[in-house]
Write a protein that binds this ligand. Structure first.
Ligand code: ACO
Ligand code: ZN
Length: 507
């Protein structure tokens, strides 16, 4: 007989941060490998925060034990380091509900985390708005190009091109510094964002805001806001955003849809609405056609709004810097008008001066409006601005998975539209166009034109010349895709003159 009594161990107790095992995905009978990022007790049961290894972070969620395949659990690697809280955290500047697992482990899981630093030469006065990773999209995102191939279409179109492919360049990503104090989120004092004074006390004179990836992972790995209410919409956030920690315990946070002020309850919002007389974003309305308007907002002149917009956008943009220093940026907010006002649909930000000729820093369609063509409308608008500037432009890299899908689709449709227009108007069967002419017509940067043609597999080398050959399927697909593009930007409705910011002493 042994002397000690053996107590059976509940396997659930062995499930700790860093363990991996198959986990059932929501609304699907799939069990991909996932990593446990955190666990907590809620009403006497344990729930686990999981990250699906090969999927975008927006699918991360809290799950119950019945969704874990504990029998196939892999324990955390012995050498995996527990992240040390960095200075921002230890100073109390940032807060996360729970500790995240080691970034080293994430690095080894095959899901690259793009946090590319700006090359030295690009480091200027400004800070940039970095983008998401380009991790693989979830299974629902297979229709990548948006140009379906169909049969029974007209004869092929061939267009000779002069071409010299150049690889796409990579941008960089810089990380935030932010603070969280303890305001009363239902008082008149909250009309100014809590973060503003910090920016004022710590002006940053260089673009060297880059923080290492560890910082990013520890702070931002877990979603911290359960739900937001914005106008008529309730929206579940996708990623972490550094809203004040007091708000992270609220089941819903309430935003004024016009000034973007955030409060903890509906009652507070009602009180705010009695005082807030905005019915549209601040800044100048520079475009209106039908019920769609664009407002141009200067990040310096309307700092408070711009900061709140960045904060809201962070909920849906991974790895996006939160910059309290919004001075170097312009924000173009797209709205839909009805008798209650101009409701925000999405926006993009743009550097006042971009050394790389980026024409978009960050772009977002709010989730209730996604997949209705508004993303392409925002993209089209950004290229019309470039057209008015007499320049080509490109979005800042890296793009997010959804950003890449949208840009690829926009570029394909726009380039094909240009080539087909040329073909219709030309007398010759084989009209000629150069890559530069496509760039001039569309304002799409040369590298993006080339990569799109290559991606569509349209370029052939024939008798010493590069030729674009459009098969009947491609033409038919393009025509179908264009009939779906119901709303387009009408350059005649844009009332805007580009400013030469380099000639100004201050942005
Ligand atoms: N699944 C599959 N395809 C998608 C999806 C999706 N969830 N979302 C967009 N697409 C594709 C579609 O194929 C569509 O092309 P199609 O018309 O040829 O089919 C194309 O993207 C554009 O669709 P839109 O309806 O015009 O775009 P939407 O309004 O949904 O906005 C955006 C796209 C802005 C990328 C949106 O998904 C978003 O805000 N995402 C979160 C923030 C983000 O990732 N922004 C981009 C970061 S990169 C940067 O900022 C430079
Ligand atoms: Zn308001």
């Amino acid at each position: 007989m042994g002397d000690g009594a053996e107590t059976p161990v509940d396997p659930e107790d062995l499930v700790v941060e860093g363990c991996r095992m198959p986990v059932k995905m929501a609304n699907a009978d799939e069990w991909p490998l996932a990593e446990i990022l955190s666990r907590k007790e809620v009403e006497n049961r344990t729930i686990f925060y999981v990250h699906f290894i090969d999927y975008n972070k927006r699918l991360d969620e809290w799950v119950e034990r019945d969704r874990l395949d504990i029998d196939k659990m892999q324990l955390p690697k012995k050498d995996a380091k527990t992240p040390v809280k960095d200075s921002a955290v230890s100073k109390g500047n940032c807060s996360s509900n729970s500790r995240a697992s080691s970034p080293d482990r994430e690095m080894s899981n095959g899901t690259p985390n793009f946090n590319i630093h700006r090359p030295k030469s690009n480091i200027g006065r400004k800070r940039k708005l970095p983008m998401n990773d380009t991790g693989p999209p979830p299974p629902s995102m297979n229709n990548i190009t948006g140009i379906p191939m169909v049969d029974n279409a007209p004869s092929p179109v061939t267009t000779p091109l002069s071409i010299s492919p150049t690889p796409l360049s990579q941008g960089q990503s810089l990380l935030p510094s932010y603070t969280q104090s303890t305001p009363d989120f239902c008082s008149s004092q909250t009309s100014q964002p809590q973060q503003e004074p910090v920016a004022a006390h710590q002006p940053r004179q260089t673009g060297s805001m880059a923080t290492d990836k560890t910082h990013d992972d520890i702070i931002t790995r877990m979603k911290n806001i359960s739900m937001i209410e914005l106008g008529r919409h309730r929206i579940r956030p996708w990623y972490f955003a550094p809203y004040p920690v007091e708000l992270t315990i609220c089941p819903v946070i309430f935003l004024c849809e016009f000034c973007l002020k955030y409060v903890k309850s509906r009652k507070c919002l009602e009180r705010h609405k009695e005082k807030c007389n905005l019915r549209h974003p601040p800044g100048n309305e520079i475009y209106r056609k039908s019920n769609i308007s664009f407002f141009e907002i200067d990040g310096r002149k309307n700092k408070s709004y711009s900061q709140k917009l960045c904060l809201l956008a962070k909920l849906f943009l991974d790895h996006k810097t939160l910059y309290y220093d919004t001075d170097p940026f312009l924000f173009y907010v797209m709205t839909e008008y009805d008798n209650r006002g101009f409701h925000i649909v999405g926006y993009f930000s743009k550097e006042k001066e971009s050394t790389e000729d980026y024409n978009v820093a960050c772009i977002l369609t709010l989730p209730p409006y996604q997949r209705k063509g508004f993303g392409k409308l925002l993209i089209e608008f950004s290229y019309v601005l470039s057209q008015f500037e007499g320049k080509t432009g490109s979005p800042e890299k890296p793009l997010s998975d959804l950003g890449l899908l949208s840009y690829r689709s926009y570029w394909s449709q726009t380039i094909l539209e240009t080539i087909l227009k040329l073909h219709k108007s030309a007398e010759s069967e084989r009209p000629q166009i150069t890559i530069n002419e496509i760039c001039e017509t569309t304002s799409i940067r040369k590298e993006d034109v080339i990569s799109t043609l290559q991606h569509l597999n349209l370029i052939n080398y024939y008798k010493g010349q590069y030729i674009v050959t459009l098969s009947p399927e491609v033409i038919d697909g393009q025509e179908k895709a264009m009939t779906k593009r119901k709303i387009r930007i009408d350059p005649k409705c844009l009332h805007w003159n580009p400013k030469d910011w380099s000639k100004r002493g201050k942005w």
